[in-house]
Every structure is written in C-alpha cells, then in structure tokens.
Design a protein around this ligand. Structure first.
Ligand code: NAI
Length: 701
C-alpha cells in the first residue's frame, strides 16, 4: 500500500503523505513522494504540485521505527526529493498543518513555497536524540528565520508555534479555513502570476555580526552541555550557513551529522528514546487489556514517601485521602505537602492558585472508614512486614471490591503481602523513588498472582501521574535496589582496600553520576541501608559484607540529618566535608582486617561499581525479573542518577563489549580472592553474561 496518495484537482496535483501516526518519513513514504512527483512532473495537464500530510501532522520527521535499520539509509532519501524539486519546472507547495518537525520541516523547506494552517508546531528536535538535522535543516532554517532564533531552535530542539513566525520568510501564506482548498488556490495563483520557482538555498543568511554572536553562543553551549557533543555540533552546522556557500554548508552539516550518529552519546539518547517506549510493552499483557477506572486514591502513611505519593495524585487531578495513625504525624505530613506546593509556587513552577486547588484534592484522615471507596490505595508505612501485615489485613476488610491494593515497599516480598489478603489478584507493588513527587521512575512490581488488568491499570496510571512505569518481578530489592546493593558493597570494599569515600565519590561523579555512593548514603540516611543490611545478615549468616558502613551507623552518623555520616556537615548546609575522623576509623578498620591499604585508580573504582551493577543486572534479566535489558537501563537513568549520556549500565556494558566486561570481572574476582575480607563470589559472572560474551552478542540486541 502506498504511503503517499496522488490525486489531481484540475491542474494541481496533490500528494498526501499517509504514514500514521505522524507521517514519519520512512522508506515507503519517501518512495511514495518521489513517485507522486514523477507522475505530476510527467503530466502536462498538471501545472503545480501541493504536498501535504494526512491525519494529525504534516510530518513529524524521520520514521523512528526505521532507526538502526537499513531502511533508514535506503534510497530514495530526502536528498532525492530535494533534487527533484530543484530540477522541477512546476512549483511545489508544502501545505503544513499541526506538526512539521525534523525531516518533515526539512522537507517543507526544500519546497518552493510553504503555506500554513494556524497553530502548527515547527521544530528541528534532532538534538534531543543526540543528533542534528541532517537533511539541510541547519542550512535552510537560518535563511528563512532570524539567525539567532534558527540557531537556538536547532541547538535546543524546542518547538515554535507557526503563528509566532508570521513576520519571517519561512511561510509564504497563512491559510484560515480549509487548508487544502487554500493551498490549491495558492498554487494556482503562483502559476498565474508567474512567480518563478524560489528555493531557500538561494537566499542569503542575513546576519552581519555572526562571528561575535557565535563566539558567545559557543561558550554558552559548552557550559550548558559539557558531556553531550550534539548541541555544539548543531551550533557548528548552523554557523556553517553563515560561513560557507550552501552546498559546502550541506557537506559540513553531513560531516557533523555522521560524527554524532557514531557517538556513544547519541547511541545512549536513542537507546533512551526507544527504551522508554519499550518499557510500556508487557509481552503477555497486550495494549488492549481492559483497565480499571482510577478516579480516586488513598495513601496509607504520610511520611517521606506517602506525602510525595499523595502529591502525584493531586497533581494529576485525582482526589486522594491520606491516612495516618496519629494526628501529629498526619498534621506533619500534610504540612510538608503544603510547604512543597508553596515553594513550587514561589519558584514559579505552579500557579499561586494551584496551591489551594491541589491541597483541596488531598483529604487527611485517621479512619479507615474514609478510604474504602478509593479505586487504588498505596501503602507507604514502615518497611516492616509486621506493620504491613496489619495494614493489608485492614485494607482487605475495608476496601471496595475491585480496588487496587498497592505497596510502596522497597525490598519486601509482594507475594507475601498479597497472601495476607483474600484478593491477591488486586495486589501490586508500586515502588516510588524519593522524593516521590519529583523522581520520574515508578518500579511496578508484578506479583505471582497480580491480575493482568491490575498491571495494565497501574502502568496506565504511571503515565497519568507522569512517571515512567517499568515492570519488575518479585525478588529482594526488585531491579533497582537489588543491583544497587551490589554497587554499594563494592563501594564498601573499596574503602576497606584503601580508597577514601571522597575518592570513590569523585571518581564516579567525574564519570557522570549525579552523586557518588557515600554522598548518596549521607543524603538518603545511612540508617535505611543499615536496617536492610541487618535483615540480610540474619538471612545470610555466612555471606561476606564490608562492615565499615555498620561502624559509621553505630556512631549514629546517619548522614546529613545527623550532621555527620561518611562526611561531616555544617548546620543547615549540604556540602559534604571530608572528615579526618572517618579516615582514622578507616585506618583502624583496615588494620583490624589485616588489609594493607593500596591505591585504587579511578578506572578501577568506576568499573567495579559499574560492573557490579551489570553482573547483577544480567542475573536479574536471566531470572526474568526484568523483561528486557533496556528496562534495567531506564530504571537506572530515571531512578538512580545514572548519567543520561551513558544510556544506562547495560548499554554501557554493550558498548564496552561483554567479552571485555567478563575479563574485567574475572580480574576483580582474582584480586578479591587475595584480599582479606574480599568476596570473590560476588564476582561470579552471571551465566547470561558469559553466554552473550561467548556468542559476541550484546544485552540490548
Ligand atoms: P517514613 O517513616 O518516613 O513514613 C512512614 C509513615 O507511615 C510514618 O509517618 C508513620 O507514622 C506511618 N505509619 C506507620 N505505620 C502506620 C500504620 N499502621 N497506619 C498508618 N500509618 C502508619 O517512611 P518512608 O521513608 O516514607 O517509607 C515508607 C515506605 O516506602 C517503606 O516501605 C519504604 O521501604 C518505602 N520506600 C522508601 C523510600 C525512601 O527513600 N525513604 C524509597 C522507596 C520506598
């Protein structure tokens, strides 16, 4: 089936792009456009050609489904279309509505004329995928818009409403009412008036002092995106439009495009783009699985997490009742929510009137009588099975039939929680990340008996409250925390072996993490991990653990909240100050273990941390706890401060080469075997990792 329809309206040929959802310029569509143009050019009765898009876009640009496939570079390319238009003896008019982005906008810019319906969104967003517009956009846009605007659009990728571009050359006419009729009339007028066949390539970039502006812009772009090459390459490509003749500018654009296409950063950003979309797909829960209506919610516990979770519902316009045990805790929790909203209003993130509007959606209560009618209840009480048991038995009693019973537990067994109720099919884990009103990740834990409709509803709800929902199976720590546990252990071992907390933090932060493990522990509260570790010690009495973390906690050094942890903190400040006392404690601790301290390189620090994640990630993948490697990456990127430009631990391992990862892991194991208190067992390569490495395959195929 052709993806571009051809018809004639008298002496005007109309080519209509039809490749839902956004007329992505895939191979089929490009072929269809070329065929349409050939037909129109060969037909003597046709005097002009209109190119338009069916449905909800003129064109959204490249067909993302073709990314990384041979179809992406298959001929005809956009360049073929441009050449045909440039050689055409008949005017080609782009009739734009709704969306003209990326390749779609580049296509329009290659036409002789552009007419536009009101309210179209215009953008070259390629930078967001770590790329630049490689179809002439960086050379043509500055010829039809003010230079600075064009540059910023390319470098930042933002969309501009067409109505704001009325004063510039980009559009030849704005058409109110029927766009097609208007475009056909416009085409006829162009023919009647013998207006010629203008091409954007022949226009001059009108910006006399480009050099001065570009120098400032270069410095600003470097400062704003030190780790991503795309914004700077975008800038250089647009700069070429002022410095080089058009055709040479195109060549420069292509060179800069290829550099980006091959960059690990672009690979990471494209991986994220696809990974976020893939996360929504659950093989045995098809997209048309019926879902339950969520019109109201309840949250049990108004502590650190409960308050943030309640805010998510209120922000999405869903009324939520918050239940606590004692009035004091309730008042405190609600007070914090109010303060958060007031701060957001002060910072201009929400409108002042939204504070009361959102608070109005939150109802505090001490009584279970007030929550029975909620469509979903999220439990966020202490991380203690006995407390969870009381709560879930009560929920089973009071919640209406069909309500979803969710737990925010970060480590406990969701199946065990489900078994406390007579409706395990309605029970699911919704693991939010702190601060719950800010962090984008929602790890959705699917119990053995969780209903498919409950899972589908919760995934849909994640989108509604603007989270990225990623499915995890039941195990201790699910995906994210189970992996972070191995990462933290390595951090602990490395300070035992000779590194300082600040050296470990600095190395991984330099690599790109938002925060190293020790600063993170101090921020989150070292007592949280201590509590979990004590359970692990009881459950696995023979397992080896680095024990320095316990010594820190035994002194009450829980982190920022107590003024000291691995670092010390001045009252009211968050700056982590290295503490000589911790270093003295470490010296004593190493001596007790019989360890002769050695110097660890930043490379060892970074790769022990990363490959601890990767090895556990491989195990999780093999056990089916994660559905796909990219889900693990999305969890780390949206919940754990993993640097975006690295694309997640599993993608990093793929780029490093799994064969090389295995070799590094074996080296780490050999060293651990020789280190007192070292644990070579934790470096046993996961079978899946070994298998893929042997086959020369990546995690993310
Ligand atoms: P928290 O201690 O700040 O808050 C718990 C709240 O629950 C307290 O206000 C307490 O009064 C209330 N509560 C306790 N028992 C109750 C009961 N029977 N009925 C009603 N309210 C009750 O704890 P936090 O940090 O908010 O953690 C809550 C849950 O979220 C835990 O399961 C935890 O593992 C999980 N979680 C915590 C994260 C964090 O970073 N703090 C991150 C992700 C999950």
């Amino acid at each position: 089936m052709t993806q571009a329809h051809y018809e004639t309206q008298g002496d005007v040929a109309v080519i209509t792009m039809d490749n839902p959802p956004v007329n992505g310029l895939g191979h089929g569509l490009r072929k269809g456009i070329v065929e349409g143009l050939r037909r129109a050019l060969a037909d003597d009765s046709v005097k002009a050609i209109v190119l338009t898009g069916k449905g909800k876009a003129f064109s959204g640009g490249a067909d993302i489904r073709e990314f990384n496939t041979p179809a992406m570079s298959a001929q005809p390319g956009l360049n073929t279309v441009f050449e045909m238009i440039e050689n055409s003896t008949k005017p080609v008019v782009a009739a734009i509505h709704s969306v003209a982005m990326g390749g779609g906008l580049e296509l329009a810019l290659g036409c002789h004329f552009r007419v536009c319906a009101p309210g179209a969104q215009i953008a070259l967003p390629e930078v967001k995928l770590g790329l630049l517009p490689g179809g002439g956009g960086t050379q043509r846009l500055p010829r039809v818009l003010p230079f600075e605007l064009a540059l910023n659009m390319v470098v930042q990728g933002f969309a501009v409403p067409s109505d704001k571009l009325k004063d510039y050359k980009i559009f030849d006419a704005f058409i109110e009412g029927d766009l097609m009729a208007g475009a056909v009339d416009f085409a006829r007028k162009v023919v009647a008036e013998k207006r010629g066949l203008p091409l954007v390539r022949n226009l001059k970039v009108d910006y006399p002092d480009a050099e001065g502006y570009l120098a400032v812009a270069r410095a600003a772009v470097k400062a704003a995106s030190p780790r991503l090459p795309a914004p700077l390459n975008c800038l250089e490509a647009v700069a070429a439009s002022t410095e080089l003749p058009f055709d040479q500018g195109l060549k420069r654009e292509w060179q800069l495009f290829i550099e980006l296409m091959e960059s690990p950063e672009s690979r990471a950003l494209r991986h994220i783009f696809f990974g976020e979309r893939a996360a929504a797909k659950i093989p045995d829960v098809p997209a048309d699985t019926p879902t339950r209506e969520i019109r109201s919610a309840a949250v049990i516990g108004a502590g650190t997490m409960g308050g943030g979770i309640a805010m998510n519902f209120a922000n999405a316009g869903i009324p939520v009742t918050v239940l606590e045990m004692k009035q004091e805790a309730l008042d405190k929790g609600i007070g914090i929510i109010r303060k958060n909203y007031e701060n957001s209003a002060k910072r201009g993130r929400i409108k002042p009137e939204d504070v009361e509007k959102r608070m109005g959606l939150i109802t505090p209560t001490l009584s279970y009588d007030d929550i029975g009618n909620a469509d979903i209840v999220v439990e966020a009480v202490f991380e203690d099975m006995a407390v969870k048991e009381t709560v879930f038995r009560k929920l089973d009693e009071v919640m209406k039939q069909g309500a979803i019973l969710a737990s925010n537990t970060s480590t406990l067994d969701v199946d065990q929680i489900a078994a406390l109720t007579k409706r395990p099919q309605d029970v699911i884990g919704t693991h939010f990340f702190s601060p719950a009103n800010v962090m984008r990740l929602l790890e959705i834990v699917r119990g053995a008996k969780t209903g498919k409709d409950v899972l589908a509803t919760t995934m849909k709800l994640a989108g509604k409250i603007r989270k990225l929902g990623v499915v995890a199976g039941v195990c201790d720590g699910f995906i994210g925390n189970r992996m972070i546990n191995q990462y933290s252990r390595q951090a602990g071992y490395m300070i035992e072996e000779g590194a300082t907390p600040q050296q470990v933090d600095r190395a991984i932060e330099k690599w790109g993490f938002a925060m190293g493990p020790f600063r993170m522990g101090d921020l989150a509260g070292n007592d949280v991990g201590w509590y979990i570790r004590k359970r692990h010690y009881a459950e696995h009495p023979d397992a080896k653990f680095p024990r320095f973390a316990d010594k820190i906690c035994e002194l009450g050094r829980f982190g920022q909240k107590t003024g000291a942890g691995y670092y010390k903190y001045e009252a009211g400040k968050r700056d982590a100050i290295p503490d000589p006392l911790v270093e003295e404690m470490l010296v004593r601790h190493r001596a007790e273990l019989g360890i002769t301290p050695r110097k660890l390189s930043d490379d060892e620090i970074v790769h022990r941390l990363l490959f601890a994640l990767v090895n556990e990630g491989a195990q999780i993948l093999e056990e089916g706890i994660a559905l796909r490697a990219s889900d693990i990456d999305m969890i780390y990127l949206t919940g754990y401060g993993f640097p975006m430009h690295r694309g997640g631990p599993m993608l990093y391992a793929d780029m490093y080469g799994l064969y090389n990862v295995v070799n590094r892991i074996e080296d780490f194991a050999a060293r651990a075997a020789k280190t007192p208190n070292g644990d070579a067992d934790c470096w046993k390569p996961a079978p899946l990792l070994l298998q893929l490495a042997a086959e020369g395959k990546p995690f993310n195929a």
